[in-house]
Design a protein around this ligand. Structure first.
Ligand SMILES: [Zn+2]
Length: 235
């Protein structure tokens, strides 16, 4: 696999989508989560490249509340997250919620990170496009932090990430890891606002979804922890 060196360099221990879904579901089942007793929410970029992971999660977990937004950022807010957990099964002794959230990036056939050759196109394109657009803004020294009503999600993405960026020439892999950290922090913040761990169990799994040639997708996990009956477990 020509892209494997790049994959291992940037995302050591990344596993295939199938392995990721199998491994995490085994762990979550051991902790008492099942398709019958919990609601799954997924934060992902709107990019069609992220759909296979949503579909694989659906095969194991059934319905998935889709928290997608540009860059995989979590902009659903308290209303969106409250709706997600309100859809959990109620005929249980404890309500249970699973939250998956991912930034994403491509690796193309020439081993270039941040690019992906899409079906029907002759040249690879930037992936994630939203993060790449921010990277280009930074390089030009032209970052507008106002909320543009014609570009709401990208405006919010800029507002959330720009204060975290130390160097304007940040590379896309580093920017993607920074986005994942912001996504993870925002997810925990939202859970702290809406979930009561004394009465409800939840798990958080965040990382980066990686698209390599020939539709082979991988997942690099950065956080995997579950709080069950008030006790926190890590994968
Ligand atoms: Zn994207």
């Amino acid at each position: 696999m020509p892209f494997r060196t790049t994959l291992d360099t940037y995302f050591p221990n990344a596993v295939s989508e199938i392995t990721f879904v199998a491994k995490t579901s085994d762990w979550l089942h051991e902790l008492g989560f099942s398709a019958e007793n919990c609601i799954v929410s997924l934060g992902r970029c709107r990019d069609e490249l992220t759909l296979p992971l949503l579909q694989k999660l659906r095969t194991i977990w059934g319905s998935v509340f889709d928290l997608s937004a540009l860059g995989g950022m979590l902009f659903a807010g308290k209303t969106g997250f409250s709706a997600a957990i309100a859809h959990a099964p109620t005929d249980v002794t404890r309500k249970r919620y699973l939250f998956f959230a991912f930034a994403h990036i491509g690796i193309d056939a020439t081993d270039s990170i941040g690019l992906h050759l899409r079906v029907g196109q002759g040249d690879p394109s930037a992936t994630c496009g939203a993060l790449s657009a921010l990277q280009q803004d930074l390089l030009r020294g032209d970052v507008d932090l106002a909320l543009d009503p014609t570009d709401v999600e990208q405006s919010l993405l800029r507002q959330r990430l720009v204060p975290l960026i130390e160097e304007p020439d940040i590379d896309l892999a580093s920017l993607t890891k920074l986005a994942e950290q912001a996504i993870s922090a925002d997810l925990q913040n939202m859970i702290d606002l809406i979930v009561n761990p004394e009465e409800e169990d939840y798990a958080i799994i965040t990382g980066i979804h990686i698209h390599t040639p020939q539709h082979r997708n991988f997942v690099w996990v950065n956080n995997a922890r579950a709080t069950v009956q008030g006790v926190t477990h890590s994968l």
